[in-house]
Design a protein around this ligand. Structure first.
Ligand code: HEM
Length: 496
């Protein structure tokens, strides 16, 4: 251990002792139930590193739908019941719409500009307003041609590069949002895409609880000089790299600005709209780059991940694929001349239900995004302290057998039967499941993401028979939905 690590470790231990004692002394009597923790570290070492949502589900059965955990100084409240999430995160959203401030990824790496990490306040409101302009239901229809074009490319990629299913799905999602953000398509070589995925992965890793000591003990940042706080230089360097990297670069948004200044009126992209409204939303170059980049980062993993979970579902539940193919054939015919488009949406209810069931069965963000409370509150007789991380566990909500019988079975029929298909227009895909979040932090890309998933899925159903890969002896290689990543987005591993 180096000297600075020893010093930082001692300071952290002292700080943790202080924090724990302070919290123990001030702990409200009626706090939510939860597993007993250890002195100083609370439940830190009981929480598994993988598939935290399964742990939340188990604790729900033991302690009830609302329970608390303490992670080395962080107070956490987990909500397994959507009614509680609706009440706290939606109806009481003035108190539960912040995010815990992350010193490393938020303050230094993102210069407090990355939407997904922003605390509640003016910056967040401005950025969400800008997002809303681009992604609200009224304008979303104008992206249908672009979604159809990119989903045709998805079919081409699957046909010509069948062993690269994972990259094909990510490319589809990334290219959609790239076009939306910058008004031009992602270059056709994988280098761009890999660079983007690399930045995304690193950023997400940096947000994990425990990834950086300073986020567990933020006071370290206030008291330590630079030579004992190596995270500052490291995270600032990452910020510099992000500003140079392909998708966040000032270069991309500056290119768009040049076109706007040249009087191009045909530019239908996020960056162009942002430049036009630079003053209204008080946007400098860094902010503008981060907003356009946020769409890109947040939209790629979840949409691509949903397509991959769909493929896994079709391998495991071939009857659902057959039924969907029959529906598509009955609408567009079997001669291969007509490809499904958004114009067929109303006549393909099973494909809509199948898309919703994909969001439910294996949600792309199963653990949910933590919201953060600003003030003390009381709910159902329980005291919820200010600065509590409130986590709506999407997995538990969507796998409650009372609401969704046989929850691990992929069954689109449940959406056709339970009346969740009655909404029309924009909420058709967003109702009846919880995979898009809650309250004032609900996913701003939900209409684009869900319709992109639908057209991609429906066209894959139209174009392909989907089955397991075969080994050298011609035997099917079994798939296992338990083999997935455990990050903020959960991605499945498909053996090929
Ligand atoms: C089907 C695909 C998608 C899924 C399943 C999904 C899911 C989610 C979820 C669960 C959240 C957290 C909400 C909360 O905190 O309560 C979120 C946030 C977010 N999503 Fe999506 N998303 C998808 C597509 C997209 C797309 C296409 C975009 C952009 C074009 C996008 C942009 C964002 C942003 C910027 C946030 C952060 C919002 C904030 O912190 O205020 N998402 N998404």
């Amino acid at each position: 251990m180096t000297n600075w690590q020893l010093v930082v470790g001692s300071v952290a231990l002292g700080g943790a002792t202080y924090l724990t004692l302070q919290r123990a002394l001030s702990r409200p009597e009626n706090h939510a139930p939860g597993p007993a923790g250890w002195p100083l570290v609370g439940n830190t070492f009981q929480v598994p590193q993988t598939k935290i949502w399964r742990y939340f589900e188990k604790l729900g059965y033991e302690h009830g739908p609302i329970f608390r955990l303490s992670l080395a100084g962080d107070e956490i409240l987990v909500l397994n019941d959507p009614a509680d999430a609706e009440e706290l995160l939606h109806r009481r959203s003035s108190n539960y719409s912040s995010r815990k401030s992350l010193v490393y990824a938020g303050h230094y790496q993102s210069q407090n500009k990355r939407l997904v990490l922003l605390p509640y306040g003016t910056e967040l409101k401005n950025q969400r307003a800008a997002f809303y302009q681009m992604l609200q239901p009224r304008v979303i229809g104008s992206y249908e041609r672009m979604q159809e074009l990119e989903s045709t490319k998805l079919l081409f990629d699957m046909l010509t590069r069948p062993l690269e299913v994972d990259m094909n799905a990510k490319r589809y999602a990334a290219s959609l949002v790239f076009t939306l953000s910058y008004g031009k398509r992602l270059a056709d070589d994988d280098e761009d895409l890999k660079a983007v995925i690399d930045i995304l992965d690193k950023f997400i890793q940096g947000c994990y609880p425990g990834a950086h000591l300073v986020d567990t003990f933020p006071f370290l940042d206030k008291i330590l000089p630079d030579f004992l706080a190596p995270w500052r230089a490291e995270a600032r360097q990452k910020h510099e790299n992000e500003m140079k990297a392909r998708f966040l670069v000032a270069r991309l948004v500056l290119e768009v600005k040049q076109k706007v200044d040249d009087g191009r009126t045909d530019l239908e992209c996020f960056a162009a709209r942002l430049w036009e409204q630079q003053e209204k939303f008080n946007l400098d170059l860094v902010t503008l780059s981060y907003i356009a980049g946020s769409a890109f980062e947040a939209g790629t993993g979840a949409t691509g991940g949903t397509i991959l979970w769909f493929i896994m579902a079709m391998i495991m539940f071939p009857d659902a694929l057959k039924r969907a193919q029959d529906e598509v054939d009955s609408v567009v015919g079997t001669d291969g001349e007509t490809i499904p488009t958004f114009e067929h949406l109303d006549r393909l209810p099973y494909c809509v239900a199948l898309t919703k069931e994909t969001f439910r069965w294996m949600p792309a963000t199963p653990g949910g995004f933590p919201h953060y409370s600003d003030h003390d509150d009381e709910y159902k007789g329980l005291k919820i302290k200010a600065n509590t991380m409130v986590i709506p566990c999407i997995w538990s909500m969507q796998h409650n057998p009372d609401r969704f019988p046989n929850p691990l079975t992929f069954d689109p029929e449940r959406f056709l039967a339970n009346g969740d298909m009655t909404s029309s227009g924009s909420s058709l895909f967003t109702e009846g499941h919880y995979g898009l979040g809650f309250g004032r932090r609900i996913c701003p890309g939900r209409y684009l993401g869900s319709t992109s998933a639908w057209i991609g899925i429906t066209r894959l159903i139209w174009a392909f028979n989907i089955g397991p890969a075969l080994d050298d002896a011609g035997k099917p290689i079994p798939v296992d939905p338990e083999k997935c990543t455990s990050g903020i987005t959960s991605q499945v591993f498909l053996p090929l």
